[in-house]
Design a protein around this ligand. Sequence first.
Ligand code: UD1
Ligand code: UDP
Length: 389
Amino acid sequence: MTKLLFVLGTRPEAIKLFPVIRLARMLPSDFDIKVCTTGQHREMLEPFLRLFDLRPDHDLAILRPDQTLSGIVAGVLEGLDPLLVAERPDWLLVQGDTSTAMAAVLAAFHRNIPIAHVEAGLRTWDLNAPFPEEMNRQVMGRVSTLHLAPTVWSRDNLLREGVPEDRVVVTGNTGIDSLRLARESSTLSKDVSVRYPSIAGRKLMLVTGHRRENFGQGLADVCTAIRRLVEENQDLAVVFPVHLNPNVSEPVRRILSPAVATGRLILDEPVDYPTFVSLLCAAHLILTDSGGVQEEAPSVGKPCLITREKTERPEGLEAGVARLVGTNTERIVSAVEDLLNNPEANAAMSRVVNPYGDGHSAERVLAAIVQRSSSGFDLVGRSRGPSLL
Ligand code: UD1
Ligand code: UDP
């Protein structure tokens, strides 16, 4: 019996750890599972915890309005340490590159608890892009025990940084497992034309945005582009579920409110996962700075324009189904209009490809953990001794 403690705090962590937790729960004689939410997100997390039946055993409840990065990290370190002492898991599992994940890794390291990092090895090598996630993932790459890399490219990044080969396993991205499960389940699918009747008969552009390095002028320029596109293209409808961060929602609503009157721009609250997946499937194109959405877009065959200068997910660019467009208004307008008006350009980017996963990554994650657990594997790469745990 292997005792796993999953720590998660934000929407994408719930989405991407769900398939792993679900599968581990289906194997009760192999795994004893505990789930801890840090509460880095609240309104944006709870519907996902309910939908995926994640039932956290612990909640550190750290969310503060307009919280600081140091506040998140301090809250997680302080809240998690006594829990690690009480629970003594065989493995701590975290996903991605949030402050929750990085702080949880530090807390586990301080208590000599082996760490499995799901979605390891993504890199831009620019600590400011994305900020602070690139720092978070580089720290996690130094400290984790087992690195579950989604792709060969991310595995190679870790090997180049000197991580021993036997500590890295290519699993695919578990987010694609969730996408597969959502598309296979009738209870997880939604008819979006009921919620958004104005998209019927129009080309839908689905928009998301929340990156800290885009706050201020970058986000304002993206919004200006969206406003112009809506005003100048009568066949375009835009659905934009707006992130709850006030640094996002305030400028987005201020700059875009005038275009809402056209009836073809919908500024929504963050939507539940089935609705979002249905929007992805209904979209003509996607404009986003999200990591998870960059992975989902090619799996549903939709062109993805990335409102960033760099991405840690180059596989979509290489497959020709994603493009970096940055935050410059003219560049965004021109790239979107090309996809609206040029069928060849659109078709070239509308191919279903799965560079990020085949929908069965959770199995590989758990198999890698079981294999390391039985062969003995500790923080310094020797066989696990009683002094360490
Ligand atoms: C966080 C992660 C980011 C991840 C994103 C997913 C860090 C530093 N950032 O960014 O890597 O891509 O989540 O969405 O870990 N808020 C609420 N309710 C919520 C969630 C957020 O009100 O349920 C507001 C609060 O005012 C909060 C602010 O949004 O202070 C920012 O939340 P935070 O988790 O710090 O940053 P995100 O931009 O959500
Ligand atoms: N998502 C959702 N509802 C929304 C926006 C996004 O369910 O209103 C999902 C989306 O399918 C993807 C994930 O949330 O799986 C992406 O989260 P986010 O962009 O917040 O974080 P990132 O992936 O950039 O870390």
